[in-house]
Design a protein around this ligand. Structure first.
Ligand SMILES: Cc1cc2nc3c(=O)[nH]c(=O)nc-3n(C[C@H](O)[C@H](O)[C@H](O)COP(=O)(O)O)c2cc1C
Length: 357
């Protein structure tokens, strides 16, 4: 698969990024893109929230915004796949171009702005896969429409709808591409939002795990507030992190000034630092999915040691292809065993001093 992708990649990279993505989704939907059966090391199996993750490497949100290829991605070896971000009503997103590649830096900038087909189509697809008896862990990432008059009510309504159809729900308040969205990470609005979503989940009679996805660009005070609210409201976990509005030096050239969120390798240090900080601030009591710049086994292992119980990636998949998933799981288990751990859960947070301030 890695070799095949080496041939395909130059063709895809001749195309405008969104055209390449549309083609990739079309190929995935045919079921023709497959990986050899994965042989996950039992030491990498994670049991969390009553779910058995066959391995800790998940597909990050944004690749499958409309829940079209989650099962195809699981078949490539991902341990779980997150669909969305979906909004209540379909919306076109920002004008194009809105995705920019930085191959040298292993990075991308995007300002898509939650382009998606809306909740109706999304839930229909999740229902279909349930009807077909598809297994595999699929999460639903929700966010408000750009023109939403009441983002809290919209998120609550969406959570109620997806609760019975997804294995976990993510409230995304950290995209830099929807004006005002990240203000929902502030203490009082966040408390209101999370309580409303938890209320909707309860009203739906479900216990689907609820996670909050946070930005990497949070001040120490913001992080403290989020940790407090996460523990107070009783949500089930965090995802750290979304893309950054900062521009680390590795991202050069005229396109570096494009507005949007930066993902990929240059995001790794910042997102890992936020991850470790959230692990410390929540005293390891809340499972965290670590995401941002993972491009190999060493990165994956560093995120685990910084406090992640599960991992996700997106950008490295574009640059390295689906063979990356098996490579990361293989390297991760080698590193784990070399350090004397018998299971991944033992390494979670190994680098974080829970007693420091
Ligand atoms: C093109 C693109 C679209 C994205 N769309 C979403 C999205 O809809 N919702 C979301 O929560 N994150 C979205 N993300 C952020 C990713 O899920 C992830 O948090 C981020 O890219 C960092 O991981 P990476 O460095 O492995 O790409 C998107 C990222 C990219 C590159």
């Amino acid at each position: 698969m890695t070799d095949l992708y080496r041939l395909v990649r130059p063709l895809l990279f001749c195309l405008e990024p969104e055209t390449a993505h549309r083609l990739t989704l079309a190929a995935l939907k045919t079921g023709m893109v497959q990986s050899p059966a994965s042989n996950d090391d039992p030491a990498l199996r994670m049991d969390l929230w009553g779910l058995a993750f066959p391995n800790p490497i998940g597909l990050a949100a944004g690749f499958d915004k409309n829940a079209e290829v989650a099962d195809a991605m699981l078949a490539l070896g991902f341990g779980f796949a997150e669909t969305g971000t979906v909004t209540l009503r379909a919306q076109p997103g920002n004008p194009r171009p809105r995705i920019f590649r930085f191959p040298q830096a292993g990075a991308m900038i995007n300002r898509l702005g939650f382009n998606n087909d809306g909740l109706e189509v999304f839930t229909q697809r999740l229902e279909n896969r349930r009807t077909l008896g598809k297994h595999g862990i699929v999460g639903a990432n929700i966010g408000p429409n750009r023109d939403s008059a009441d983002p809290v009510a919209d998120c609550a309504a969406m959570a109620g709808r997806v609760a019975a159809l997804a294995d976990y729900i993510v409230v995304n308040v950290s995209s830099p591409n929807t004006p005002g969205l990240r203000a929902l990470q502030d203490k009082a609005p966040l408390r209101t939002l999370l309580n409303a979503v938890l209320g909707a989940r309860k009203a739906a009679g479900a216990q689907t795990p609820l996670l909050l996805k946070i930005a990497p660009d949070l001040t120490p005070g913001d992080r403290q507030d989020i940790a407090e609210i996460a523990l107070e409201t009783g949500i089930d976990g965090l995802i750290a992190t979304n893309t950054t509005i900062t521009r680390p030096p590795a991202v050069e050239g005229s396109k570096a000034n494009e507005t949007g969120g930066l993902s990929g390798r240059p995001l790794f240090p910042l997102s890992t630092e936020v991850l470790a900080d959230m692990y410390r601030l929540t005293q390891g009591r809340l499972p965290i999915i670590g995401v941002g710049g993972i491009a190999g086994g060493a990165d994956a292992y560093a995120k685990i040691r910084a406090g992640a119980s599960l991992l996700q990636l997106y950008t490295a998949l574009i640059y390295k292809g689906p063979g990356l998933i098996a490579r990361i799981t293989r390297e991760l288990s080698q590193r784990l065993h070399a350090d004397g751990f018998s299971h991944l859960s033992e390494a979670v947070g190994a680098d974080v001093d829970l007693t420091s301030n």
